[in-house]
Design a protein around this ligand. Structure first.
Ligand code: IPD
Ligand code: CA
Ligand code: CA
Length: 261
């Protein structure tokens, strides 16, 4: 995994440096709409260009699925899943909470994940069977066992209005049962924060593989559990996402799952 880590680290840091530079000058980021409440900037595209170039020059036979550019043409067992800037709306609004997220899959299984916050210079990564790390230090999920002490994070279904009713039903049940909730606007960092115990759990109803694939492995390698809202393994397609420590995950699945089935 060493060469994969080195290349992913370099790609994420080069993209992160570009994002950080542009965050000082938000007048020039050329915001475009991809759909309702869904934006892309020149910086998303340039960051993605940096990442895909680093991957292609080091692993020419690896396929890439990137948020802005879609699927590359190579066919093979390796697939990189790339979110060049997770938290674009935060970035546009001048809110300093966003990340670069990269995952490597082999035959549909995620084998490596890296999430990099360029402002805090925090790099979360995991390789399957080798644990999870924040920069050089091993990380583990929280040990909280009771919902009453649990501190969670979520994302709103702002791109999927049909999910608003089940979402708010869950919110009404969950908020009074737990310590508190956050909605910080980067699903990749939400998952990284579950992995290192800053959050005890995270749920969001409508995410894409580049939002969660790196975080899935990082949470699992940190000792946590991930699934969709019906308890199934996260697929390489649009999905709901629930991540938590092993103790809280079944309770949360029982609370959330029935509202979305
Ligand atoms: C978004 C962020 C956000 C989540 C959205 C995602 P983007 O990713 O992860 O937290 O609520 O569903 O689309 O568009 O900034 O890469
Ligand atoms: Ca994203
Ligand atoms: Ca993005």
């Amino acid at each position: 995994m060493e060469p994969i880590f080195k290349i992913a680290w370099r790609a994420a840091h080069e993209a992160g440096d570009l994002i950080k530079r542009n965050f000082q000058n938000l007048q020039n980021i050329d915001i475009q709409s991809k759909g309702k409440n869904d934006f892309v900037t020149r910086v998303d595209r340039e960051a993605e260009g940096i990442i895909t170039k680093v991957i292609a020059s080091n692993f020419p036979d690896h396929q890439v699925l990137a948020e802005e550019g879609g699927l590359s043409t190579q066919k093979g067992e390796y697939l990189w899943v790339v979110d060049p800037l997770d938290g674009t709306t935060n970035f546009i609004q001048g809110i300093p909470h966003f990340a670069v997220a990269l995952a490597l899959m082999k035959n549909e299984q995620v084998i490596f994940g890296l999430i990099y916050d360029p402002l805090l210079r925090e790099c979360f990564h995991a390789a399957s069977g080798q644990g999870a790390f924040l920069n050089d230090a091993p990380i583990v999920v929280s040990a909280i066992k009771q919902m009453g002490s649990a501190f969670g994070a979520t994302g709103f279904p702002f791109k999927a209005p049909h999910l608003l009713t089940p979402y708010t039903d869950v919110f009404k049940i969950l908020l009074p049962q737990c310590q508190d909730l956050r909605r910080c606007g980067s699903a990749a960092l939400d998952l990284a924060y579950v992995a290192c115990g800053r959050y005890d759990f995270f749920w969001e109803s409508h995410l894409l593989p580049w939002d969660f694939m790196a975080g899935k492995l990082i949470v699992e390698e940190a000792g946590g559990t991930t699934s969709d809202f019906s308890g199934k393994e996260l697929p390489v397609q649009t999905s709901s996402v629930l991540a938590a420590n092993r103790c809280l995950h079944p309770t949360l699945l029982d609370l959330i799952g029935p509202h979305f089935n």
